[in-house]
Structures are given as structure tokens and as C-alpha cells.
Write a protein that binds this ligand. Structure first.
Ligand code: SF4
Ligand code: SF4
Length: 433
């Protein structure tokens, strides 16, 4: 997995090899595709289920894990014509998840699939669970069967466009070129997100490229809640929180992490806003338990306050000081959790994106003449180039080594001549004869 450069294909880019610790008795396969408008995992399961199952078997065997649950939401299971509990192979069972948000959050997923609550701030392995995304398992199967490293990415292109598509492209493809090739225009007053409407990041399509973690590219109008929430100003949010919060506690009542028994109480963060870090440090550190789902901001608060923005300010403060909450005690979900979960359809409406939801069509694989491979597209140390300016590389050649510690190598997704931008990226351009 390390040699093949495999990262969590849908998350923050954690190198997958580092998840394979001893002591797991369950592999939870994340096919929840939690965010609205994304169909990448669904298309992969529809087209390549045998490869995903083969990746699961390889991990079960290597890490000596007895069984796996392949978790998909009810609507995906219905589309794949699979029923809850069906055996997909000897040690692999399909588990359906309710159509609620945020099911793809690792901690919520583990509880929903296994009934286990990971102790706050601890890794899933402490509950005997390893979680991997379906595309990660597909990449593992490819590496095991053919020795091929990660060089391509499946991406949904959706939002306010006539037809949503899923396309397979080389890692490093320019987003602008990808849009041009697929006749996708970005009208005035629209923003492009890398990722889903809730957790995705605003990108500049002219400069952005596809990375190992790009699940989707969404083109959305600036006036929908999904985009407006991205442009919230942290300072202003804190000022608003201090003046307008009525302490109704709705943000805490609906917080999925709080409902699992985690000591995260957004209303208290908001109440103390600016002074909290000095007067209640033990409460502020619980900010690192927030998964960033945005329910407190876009759905719960009736005063237009963003507890998430306040929490994000605390998170950056804590990250700078290398501090995070690690709970020692078991916690239990609140009895009301099951009926406080947010239906996916309602969430899509809250974000103002439900009207753009169209089942994506797979349009196949596309090749490009130029790619830009970012050296930092995984958590940990950036890769170290092992090629120099002017070298000619072939598809599949190693172009950067893993650095010391947590890191991954990079490979050429196309053949061509390289230009190295040290510490930043390697550009490969096809040599046209
Ligand atoms: S974003 Fe808000 S609702 Fe979501 S986990 Fe964080 S505090 Fe809870
Ligand atoms: S929901 Fe809004 S008003 Fe109510 S406690 Fe939370 S931040 Fe304050």
C-alpha cells in the first residue's frame, strides 16, 4: 500500500498503510457517499464490485481481520439491487446505512455499522475497527493484482450543470482542461468546490488539479447555503456569536458527535466565544472532536450563527499548539440520537442543492497531455522528487520517493518530459513528436 502510494481516497488523504495496525477484528468499508450530489463510489461499486471485494479480501488476509462490512446507504443498496445482510463473499457482508447525514463520518459510520462507539479523540483501531473507503480498496486490489500504483482518479462532476458525470482521469489533470473537454462552463456568480457541498473546499478551477483525494467537482451558485457557508468570516462569526446567541442549545442537541456521547457542546463554545480559550481551556480542547459536518451552522441555529466557524477558530489555535482532546472513558450515545439524525434529502434542501441532484453517468476514461503532480497530496511529509528537469518518464515510473516518517511516493500517470518545482509539484508534459 505504501509503495503504491495509496491514500484514503475520499478524505483528508491519510496514507492507508498507516491504518493497518494490529488488533482489528472488523474492517468497515466506507461506501456511504455521505455528501449530496456525489456518485463516485456508487459508480465504482456498480462497475467494479469484484475488484473492491478483492481489495477487501487482500486487507482481511494481510491484517488477519476475520470479517468486513461493506457499508452503503439504503438508496445505493437499492440501485445496486443488494439487500442488508447479504453475503458478498465468505467473510464480507453488505450493511445498509440509513439515508441520513453525516453517515460517512468515520465515527458515526462505525457506530451505525457495528454498534461500537470509539472513545472521543481515539483512533478506530482502539475499538477493533479499521475503516477504508471503497476506492481505496479498489486501488489496493489493483496494486496487489497488477503491481500498478495509484495514477488515476474517479471524479463526479455535478451541481448546476445539465448532466452530472463520473469520469476517470490521470492524477494531476488540470480542472480547467477537464471542464473544457467535457463542455462544462462556469457561469458568472458560480463557485467550484472540490468535494461535497458540505465539506468541500472552494477552488480556483484555472489553477486547481485533480489529486488522490478529489471525489467530486461541483459547480454551484454563490447564493446557495452550501457556498455562502464557505465564505463565512471567522472573526465576524465570533462577533455575531457573542451578540446574538440565545443559548437555545439546538446546535448541541443536533450535533452528531454530541449525540454519540462526545463531550462536544457547540453552544458553550459560542457562549464563551472570544474568552473561552483562557477561561475554559478544558472545554475549548473538545473542539478537536468536531467532524466539521456543518449541521450546527446550516440547520440547527435559528440566529444565523455559525458554531462551526467559532469551533474552526479554536481548532486552528489548538493545532498550532499541537493539542487535541483524547478521552480515556467509554461514552454512550444519547437515547434520542436515532430520531435526531438528519435525512439526506432534508440536508440537500437545507444546503440549497437538492434541485441539482441528478444520478451521474459514467463517461469512461480520458487522457490528457499535461499533468501537475502535487508533492503534498497526503497527510504527513511531502514526497521527495527523484527526477530532475528534462528527464523523460514513462507512465508508471516513480517520480518522487516517500519522505522520512509518514509519507508516500508518487508515480507518473502519463509519459512525458518533467519539470520539477521543488517542494511543490512535478509537471509532466507529453512529448509531441
Ligand atoms: S460542525 Fe457542528 S454539528 Fe457538526 S460535529 Fe462540529 S459542532 Fe457538531
Ligand atoms: S443554535 Fe444558535 S442560538 Fe442556539 S445555542 Fe447554538 S449558536 Fe446559540
Amino acid at each position: 500500500m505504501k509503495n503504491a502510494g495509496i491514500v484514503g481516497a475520499g478524505g483528508a488523504g491519510f496514507p492507508s498503510y498507516a491504518k493497518l495496525a494490529d488488533g482489528a477484528d472488523m474492517l468497515v468499508v466506507n461506501g456511504a457517499e455521505c455528501e449530496p450530489l456525489l456518485y463516485t463510489d456508487y459508480i465504482l461499486l456498480k462497475r467494479d464490485m469484484p475488484m473492491v471485494l478483492s481489495g477487501i479480501k487482500a486487507v482481511l488476509e494481510y491484517a488477519k481481520i476475520p470479517c468486513a462490512l461493506l457499508c452503503v446507504k439504503e438508496h445505493t443498496a437499492a440501485r445496486l439491487k443488494l439487500k442488508d445482510g447479504v453475503k458478498l463473499s465468505d467473510r464480507i457482508i453488505l450493511k445498509t446505512l440509513p439515508d441520513v447525514y453525516p453517515m460517512g463520518d468515520e465515527i458515526s459510520l462505525i457506530y451505525q455499522a457495528t454498534g461500537r462507539v470509539v472513545k472521543p479523540g481515539n483512533l478506530p483501531i482502539t475499538s477493533g475497527v479499521i475503516v477504508l473507503n471503497v476506492e481505496t480498496l479498489y486501488n489496493i486490489a489493483r496494486a496487489v493484482k497488477t503491481g500498478e500504483p495509484v495514477m488515476e482518479k474517479l471524479v463526479t462532476i455535478g451541481g448546476d450543470i445539465p448532466e452530472a458525470i463520473v469520469v476517470k482521469v490521470p492524477i494531476g489533470t488540470s480542472v480547467a482542461e477537464l471542464f473544457e473537454r467535457n463542455s462544462i462552463e462556469i457561469p458568472e456568480g458560480y463557485t467550484v468546490l472540490d468535494g461535497g457541498p458540505s465539506m468541500g473546499k472552494v477552488i480556483d478551477p484555472e489553477n486547481a488539479v485533480i489529486t488522490k483525494t478529489t471525489k467530486g467537482l461541483l459547480i454551484l451558485p454563490d447564493h446557495c447555503e452550501a457556498i455562502m457557508s464557505k465564505y463565512l468570516d471567522g472573526e465576524k462569526s465570533i462577533a455575531r456569536a457573542e451578540t446574538a446567541c440565545c443559548q437555545c442549545t439546538r446546535c448541541t442537541d443536533m450535533c452528531p458527535r454530541h449525540l454519540l456521547g462526545y463531550p462536544l457542546e457547540p453552544h458553550k463554545m459560542v457562549r464563551t466565544a472570544k474568552s473561552a480559550a483562557t477561561v475554559m481551556p478544558e472545554m475549548v480542547i473538545t473542539a478537536t472532536l468536531c467532524c466539521g459536518c456543518g449541521i450546527c451552522e446550516s440547520l440547527a441555529c435559528c440566529q444565523g450563527i455559525s458554531p462551526k466557524a467559532v469551533i474552526n477558530e479554536y481548532k486552528s489555535l489548538l493545532a498550532k499548539n499541537k493539542m487535541r482532546y483524547v478521552g480515556k472513558d467509554e461514552v454512550a450515545p444519547a437515547i434520542e440520537r436515532d430520531w435526531r439524525m438528519v435525512p439526506s434529502e432534508r440536508w440537500a434542501n437545507v444546503l440549497g442543492v437538492a434541485r441539482f441532484d441528478k444520478l451521474a453517468k459514467y463517461v469512461g476514461e480520458q487522457t490528457y497531455n499535461k499533468v501537475e503532480i502535487l508533492l503534498r497530496q497526503h497527510i504527513g511529509a511531502p514526497s521527495v522528487p527523484c527526477v530532475k528537469d528534462g528527464d523523460v518518464v514513462h507512465k508508471g515510473d516513480k517520480i518522487a520517493e516517500a519522505a522520512e516518517g509518514l509519507s508516500l511516493p508518487q508515480y507518473a500517470p502519463i509519459s512525458g518530459r518533467v519539470t520539477v518545482f521543488d517542494g511543490e509539484k512535478i509537471v509532466i508534459e507529453k512529448v509531441i513528436e
